[in-house]
Design a protein around this ligand. Structure first.
Ligand SMILES: CC(C)(COP(=O)(O)OP(=O)(O)OC[C@H]1O[C@@H](n2cnc3c(N)ncnc32)[C@H](O)[C@@H]1OP(=O)(O)O)[C@@H](O)C(=O)NCCC(=O)NCCS
Length: 152
C-alpha cells in the first residue's frame, strides 16, 4: 500500500465498515508506524482489496482487511489473509491475532479456515453500537504458510 492508494482504500473502507478509518488514519499508519505492514490487491489498476497488520516481536495483529463488495465470494479474502500470514512469518511472527464483530459470521468463517480460533471477548469494543468483539488467535506454521500451493 502506498499513499496514492489511500483514496480508493477509503472508498472500500466506507463500503465495508460502519466505523470506517479516515484517510488520515491510513496516512499515519504508512508514514509514522514502524510496526505497520499494509498491502493492497490490485486488478486492472484498481484496488479491489487491502489488509494490514502490526508485527511486534513474534506477534502479528491484523488491523483491517476488506474486499470490494463486487469482488467478494471469489476466494480473494482468503488469498489476501494468506499473504498477510506469510508476510507476518517473514517478519518473525509465530502467532497472529485479530478482533471481529461477534455478528460478522462471514469474516469469522474466513478466519477459522485460516487457523484462527476464538480466545475471548472484548465487551462493547465497537463504539458505534457497543457490539462485542470476538478475539481470535492463529498459530502461524511457517511451513504451512510458505507452501500454500492452493494459490501457486
Ligand atoms: C470478510 C471478507 C474480507 C471476506 O472476503 P471474500 O473475498 O469475500 O472471502 P472469500 O471469497 O475468500 O471466502 C473466504 C471464506 O469466507 C467465508 N465466506 C465468504 N463469503 C461468504 C458468504 N457470503 N457467506 C458465508 N461465508 C462466506 C467462507 O468460509 C469462505 O470460504 P469458502 O469459500 O472456502 O467456503 C469480505 O467479506 C469483506 O470485505 N467484508 C467486509 C469487511 C469485513 O467484514 N472485514 C473483516 C473485519 S474483521
Amino acid at each position: 500500500m502506498t499513499l496514492t492508494d489511500i483514496p480508493q482504500i477509503v472508498a472500500i473502507e466506507q463500503e465495508a465498515f460502519t466505523g470506517p478509518w479516515t484517510a488520515e488514519a491510513f496516512v499515519n499508519e504508512l508514514t509514522n508506524n514502524h510496526f505497520a505492514r499494509y498491502m493492497v490487491m490490485v486488478h486492472d489498476d484498481e484496488v479491489i482489496g487491502y489488509g494490514g497488520m502490526w508485527t511486534i516481536m513474534d506477534e502479528a495483529h491484523i488491523t483491517n482487511i476488506a474486499i470490494r463488495y463486487d469482488y467478494r465470494g471469489q476466494g480473494l479474502g482468503k488469498r489476501l489473509l494468506t499473504e498477510l500470514q506469510q508476510t507476518a512469518v517473514f517478519f518473525g511472527a509465530s502467532r497472529m491475532t485479530l478482533e471481529v464483530r461477534v455478528s460478522n459470521e462471514i469474516a469469522q468463517r474466513l478466519y477459522r479456515k485460516l487457523g484462527f480460533e476464538p480466545a475471548g471477548v472484548r465487551p462493547g469494543y465497537y463504539t458505534d453500537n457497543q457490539e462485542d468483539a470476538l478475539i481470535m488467535w492463529a498459530e502461524l506454521d511457517s511451513a504451512r504458510t510458505e507452501s500454500n500451493d492452493e494459490y501457486e
